[in-house]
Design a protein around this ligand. Structure first.
Ligand code: LRH
Ligand code: MN
Length: 433
């Protein structure tokens, strides 16, 4: 079998040479501008190089809606081809060395072999994700009416065993965390007893928690609706926080940006979870209405900046238990998934570096002196600073592409994959739809 096509490093540096000059020019200009603010640009490049966000394995295939999915050319057909694409993203943007797997969609036949395949592409595995929101072929009990909170013990037990199996697979792959998102809830008033359903959730999660190795964490992911359209058991951060407290020191609350009603102040929820020492991390995406899973920073860039403003403030203050896991969780219905994930990988570093440009002394003083406009202006100055030269320099110094999408398109990678990956009859790489 021919070796799968890969973009090689010499092609990337060739492409970079085409744009080196303007990067250097803009870099020097920004360096002078920041020096006037007593900011050392080199410190920011180092921070940009160190920024890490995990890629969702289910994000490299084309996503869809309940209406339709329009698969693109050269779709990955199994977990190995998904890792090829994750390796390509990491090679070009240099901020995404970790991949978050979803079980059973990505259940490996040979975990050791998969781990080695990933290592050869400088990849490792981030948090595992269980799936008790779909019934698998041959499954004994259906999750139609719930999983970890189902009224019948046999169904809950099946869901608990699935989560424990995910942890076992994760141990073999070198993962250190397990994310539990359940769609459990009701479509009708009266369908569920709200308090008893939550009790059943905690009873089930205690068994999953007990299966965690000492150095692992479990991430509880809340969501205000869908697939249930009247009530959802783990519907908001408050319920998630209560459960994380009840379970113990290895349980934390994961914030998926799309899992909140429109206009909810998510940056304030982040500040709360940081203060309570229970912030697990994020599933980054963007949305206009519901859980749209749109590309990060494609709709509300200022909201993401304000979230990173809270994260950087906590980082600089060395808040206890502050070790957030950053992951993307997007569905790419009309773009090339690799291009969308690369752009999102870049945009997250941008928000992080802009948040490091906030003059925190000025902000604290404005807050102390009840000067809201000066406070906002201090944030806006950072948010409106074009940090592109810092991001490009960080990628180039790490062997990545100054223009990831331009280099990806020039490489013909997608066309090559279309030749290498003829669609398998009826077998789309399992994922969202
Ligand atoms: C639920 C969710 C969860 C994943 C799924 C793919 O909406 O955000 O994180 O398991 O998407
Ligand atoms: Mn999510």
């Amino acid at each position: 079998m021919a070796t799968p096509f890969e973009i090689d490093n010499s092609f990337i540096s060739e492409q970079n040479q085409k744009t080196d000059d303007w990067v250097e020019e803009d870099y020097q200009h920004l360096s002078k501008k920041l020096r006037r603010q007593n900011v050392d640009i080199e410190d920011l490049v180092t921070r940009a190089e160190a920024f890490r966000v995990a890629i969702p394995s289910w994000g490299v295939g084309t996503g869809g809606t309940r209406f339709a999915r329009f698969p693109g050319p050269g779709e990955p057909r199994d977990i190995y081809e998904k890792l090829e694409d994750c390796g390509t993203i990491y090679k070009l943007v240099r901020s995404t060395p970790a991949v978050s797997l979803h079980i059973p969609w990505d259940k490996p036949e040979d975990a050791g072999d998969l781990r080695e395949f990933a290592r050869q592409r400088d990849l490792h595995f981030d948090a595992m994700n269980s799936n008790t929101f779909q019934d698998q072929p041959g499954q004994k009990h259906s999750y139609k009416f719930g999983s970890l909170t189902h009224p019948e013990k046999s169904v809950r037990e099946q869901a608990i065993q699935h989560n424990i199996e995910c942890i076992e697979v994760g141990k073999a792959l070198g993962s250190k965390a397990h994310t539990v998102w359940i769609g459990d809830g009701g479509n009708f008033p009266g369908q569920q007893h709200f308090r008893r359903a939550l009790e059943r959730y905690l009873e089930s999660m205690r068994e999953i928690y007990a299966a965690l190795p000492d150095d692992w964490r479990v991430f509880i992911e809340h969501k205000f609706y869908e697939p249930a359209f009247y009530s959802t058991v783990i519907n908001d951060w408050g319920t998630s926080y209560y459960c994380a407290r009840e379970l113990g020191p290895k349980a934390f609350c994961l914030v998926d940006l799309g899992h909140h009603a429109p206009n909810v102040n998510i940056e304030m929820i982040v500040a709360r979870l940081i203060q309570f020492g229970k912030l697990a991390g994020f599933h980054f995406n963007d949305s206009k209405y519901g859980d749209d899973d749109l590309d990060s920073v494609s709709v509300k860039p200022f909201q993401l900046f304000l979230i990173f403003n809270e994260l950087v403030d906590a980082e600089l203050n060395q808040e206890p238990h502050f070790d957030p896991a950053y992951m993307l969780d997007q569905s790419h219905n009309v773009t090339d998934p690799i291009e969308s994930l690369m752009m999102s990988g870049v945009e997250l570093v941008r928000a992080y570096i802009q948040a490091h440009l906030v003059d925190r002394q000025e902000l604290t003083d404005a807050q102390a002196k009840c000067d809201p406009l000066r406070a906002l202006a201090t944030l806006k100055q950072a948010f409106t600073t074009d940090v592109a030269p810092i991001l490009a320099a960080a990628r180039a110094r790490a062997g990545g592409a100054i223009d990831p999408i331009g280099t990806f398109r020039a490489s013909g990678y997608r066309q090559r994959k279309a030749e290498e990956r003829p669609a398998r009859k009826g077998a789309a790489a399992s994922g969202i739809v």
